[in-house]
Design a protein around this ligand. Structure first.
Ligand code: SAM
Ligand code: SF4
Length: 467
């Protein structure tokens, strides 16, 4: 397999060092992104160089507008489910790393996994990301086995309709095995695209110390039949601008090589973790830099979903969600078995978890927050189940697509949630939002179809009526 290093460090460093804010160039780039054209590295660097408050505000507004026109006002909700935290690696920022003797290690048994799934379904979740440490226990066969349990564990109207994975990079054959279990996106975060920093945080001799094996993880995934690829960088290990340019280089590489860009980009910021000395992190990303990087990514890769996790606190999530985020997790529990143990919300034990969660609101509160901001909380899983993935997803991600599929599916899955799982207050506010959204849809066949389906959900108990 061709081990091409598509990260041109010299070019990235020179772009960071030599690009200065240039108002007229920035305006040209805004105009280009309004046409939903992906940006080059040079253009991305130009946006990263913006410092004046006036241009920053324009950047944020362009990101808001672009998000609205590509994704509409829906936000897709999911929950992470940690399957096991045994790990052979020693990543210096992670609460699961092998040298931490105080970490409580556990892999869910099949029965424990089912119990976790039933609890997640009882909360209303339909989309999960299963998360694993890197360990021979977590083979492709084991991952596929857990995915199958996730799909087959059902209770009442509760079911998991999409399972994504965040696990160590696999071989092409390994991806095939996992794909056969029906996964959605396979995520691997590069952590840092800067090789020297990568070596510093991933000690030599560990599996994860191989930068190229990780960098080419998505190339192998594609060859193994997975066309929904999730990439990411762990912000705080190295210069945030380098990581953004690394992510954009990665997206350009995938698009050039396979005709499909990444399905999602994640941009976790390092959080406190067991054994992590935050003073050792000279590149911590400020809130202002975080806002800017999310907005720049929105413009640079208009058709890639952006995931903002509950690592970020409520205040930041409230602010940054506008700049182009399309997916968030909610009610997140990181402890292995955490969805069964009814702990107090803020009672996290870091020796059982990978890192500290910033937004501890439960799913119902999150939904009420989104509704109050006129976002449609969505549990839609339709594209993947109807084969609109990879290249086909890209074809569909054109004007009209959102009106045709995303908004109706968001409204229908929200109604399911309101009927089956929500608190009375959320139900009331949720249906008001549905009415406001219906009022925006022109009269005609499409609107009648949505109203008909909503009625079937409310009055006849029908479920999963997706477009
Ligand atoms: N073990 C696999 C791996 O490392 O790719 C998959 C799961 S790992 C549990 C998921 C991600 O969590 C990592 O890729 C890393 O970016 C992130 N992470 C690790 N430690 C973190 C911390 N202290 N704060 C925030 N995110 C962290
Ligand atoms: Fe293991 Fe992943 Fe944590 Fe690294 S980030 S120590 S590979 S669980």
């Amino acid at each position: 397999m061709n081990q091409e290093n598509f990260i041109n460090e010299d070019l990235i460093q020179s772009l960071i060092a030599n690009t200065k804010e240039d108002e007229s160039k920035v305006r040209e780039i805004f105009a280009k992104s309004k046409k939903k054209e992906p940006l080059t590295l040079e253009e991305t660097a130009q946006l990263l160089a913006i410092r004046s408050p006036k241009l920053l505000e324009e950047l944020y507004q362009t990101a808001r507008d672009l998000k609205e026109s590509v994704y509409g006002n829906r936000i897709v909700l999911f929950a992470p489910l940690y399957i096991g935290n045994y790990c052979i690696n020693d990543c210096k920022y992670c609460g699961f790393r092998r040298s931490l003797r105080t970490t409580v290690r556990k892999t869910l048994t099949d029965d424990e996994l089912r119990a976790e799934l039933l609890n997640l379904e009882d909360l209303g979740h339909k989309r999960l990301i299963l998360v694993y440490g890197e360990h021979p226990q977590y083979s492709p066969e084991f991952i596929a086995h857990t995915v199958r349990i996730a799909y087959s564990t059902k209770k009442g109207n509760g079911e998991i309709r999409r399972v994504n994975i965040n696990a160590a990079p696999l071989t092409v054959e390994g991806y095939r095995i996992v794909k056969a279990a029906g996964i959605g996106t396979f995520q691997v975060f590069q952590e840092t695209y800067h090789q020297e920093t990568y070596a510093k945080y991933h000690p030599a001799g560990t599996q994860k110390s191989d930068y190229m094996w990780r960098l080419t993880a998505m190339d192998r995934a594609f060859e193994g039949g997975i066309d929904d690829m999730g990439i990411g960088a762990l912000f705080g290990l190295y210069d945030w601008r380098f990581e953004v340019l690394g992510l954009v280089s990665h997206a350009i590489h995938l698009k050039e090589r396979f005709g499909v860009g990444p399905h999602t980009i994640s941009f976790p910021r390092i959080q406190p973790a067991n054994g992590l000395n935050e003073a050792d992190l000279p590149y911590r990303v400020t809130d202002d830099q975080f806002k800017q990087l999310v907005a720049v990514l929105r413009l640079a890769v208009p058709y890639t979903g952006l995931i903002m996790t509950a690592r970020e606190n409520e205040t930041i999530r409230n602010e940054v969600i506008e700049f182009g985020v399309s997916q968030i997790d909610s009610g997140t529990k990181l402890e292995i078995g955490g969805y069964q143990e009814k702990r107090e919300k803020n009672d996290q034990e870091l020796n059982r978890e990978q890192f500290q969660v910033g937004d501890t609101r439960d799913l119902d509160e999150t939904i009420r927050w989104l509704v109050s901001r006129d976002y449609i909380p969505s549990f839609c899983t339709s594209c993947y189940r109807r084969g609109r993935t990879g290249e086909h997803f890209m074809e569909y991600a054109i004007p009209g697509f959102i009106k045709e599929f995303c908004t109706p599916n968001a409204l229908l899955t929200l109604a399911e949630y309101l009927e089956d799982y929500s608190s009375p207050r959320t139900k009331e506010e949720g249906y008001k939002l549905i009415d406001r959204e219906l009022a925006k849809i022109p009269e005609g066949e499409r609107k009648n179809g949505i109203i008909e389906r909503l009625k079937l959900i409310r009055e006849s108990g029908k479920r999963d009526l997706n477009y």
